[in-house]
Design a protein around this ligand. Structure first.
Ligand SMILES: [Fe+2]
Length: 294
């Protein structure tokens, strides 16, 4: 057939994959084409709307830089990121729940001694984080790594601050032989996802607010275990019930206990009120390693 109507076009496009020799790619693209065509038919998409969509995606691409990932933000705000995470990391496995990576991760944060202050010179209320990294059965994991990042106490990530490119409120901490970690940083606050680009315009058009509840990010990993990309959310933070990227998980909400000025848990004299938070992460075994007999 050389000419197609509004229905036969779909099978025609899918049929052109007959020579594709990658079964997974073929399955994904076949489904994508089917859903995309169904969507266009469902809403009777007009030509100006189609062109607006092309322009929007072009703007999303043009907004990406080495410091900003607008496509991740688009995926996050449409709930796609958390849907993929939920499918790939089911809850109730007895391991720390995963949530979105978000657009502000930076590779190459320095590994620091336990107890270090990750937020030296960063605005925010001092907070002492501690806890353990355990396996699924509760055994401590020695040498586990926490790759940690957050905004400052006003909700700004270093990438958004302009000026120097030095990493702020970021660092890697390893657990000791008892699986314990501890470090100092600040108490994160709620903040808006970037609203000055196409995703911000989309949220406005949708009538949505752009805020995320206060949280600190971490990727927790250990040899022979599956790494977890996760957050700790500040209990009581505004927007816990309407996270703009749908990343909130009840199991990741942690109590930040407030203390008056005095001696901090590290023995240091604190002139301002400070917070302590304690949270244990459990990691599951890397089943690929087990099946390979590694
Ligand atoms: Fe964040």
């Amino acid at each position: 057939m050389r000419e197609f109507d509004e229905t036969s076009i779909t099978q025609a496009v899918i049929g052109r994959l007959s020579e594709c020799d990658d079964p997974r790619f073929k399955r994904v693209v076949t489904s994508l084409i089917g859903h995309l065509h169904d969507f266009v038919r469902d809403v009777d998409l007009t030509e100006p709307e189609w062109f607006a969509a092309i322009q929007f995606l072009t703007d999303v691409g043009n907004t990406c830089t080495d410091k900003r990932q607008e496509f991740i933000l688009l995926s996050d705000t449409l709930g796609v990121s958390v849907l993929i995470i939920t499918l790939n990391h089911p809850a109730d496995q007895g391991i720390a729940e995963s949530t979105v990576m978000g657009p502000f991760y930076r590779e190459g944060a320095s590994e620091l001694p336990r107890g270090s202050n990750l937020a030296e010179g960063v605005k925010g209320e001092p907070t002492f984080y501690s806890g353990r990294v355990l396996d699924q059965d509760g055994r401590p994991l020695d040498n586990a790594l926490l790759d940690i990042w957050s905004g400052d106490g006003e909700g700004n990530y270093d990438l958004q601050m302009g000026g120097d490119t030095k990493m702020k409120a970021r660092g890697k901490i390893r657990t000791d032989a008892e699986g314990r970690y501890w470090f100092r940083s600040i108490r994160p606050t709620f903040y808006p996802v970037p609203t000055d680009g196409p995703v911000g315009r989309m949220l406005l058009k949708m009538g949505r607010h752009p805020y995320r509840p206060g949280h600190i990010h971490m990727i927790v990993s250990a040899p022979e275990h599956l790494p977890v990309t996760t957050h700790l959310f500040v209990a009581g933070s505004q927007y816990l019930d309407s996270d703009a990227v749908f990343g909130m998980k009840e199991s990741l909400v942690a109590k930040f206990e407030r203390h008056p000025p005095g001696i901090g848990p590290n023995g240091e004299r604190m002139d301002t009120p400070f917070y302590t938070v304690n949270y244990d992460f459990r990691l599951g075994p890397d089943s690929k390693l087990a099946t390979r007999g590694v």
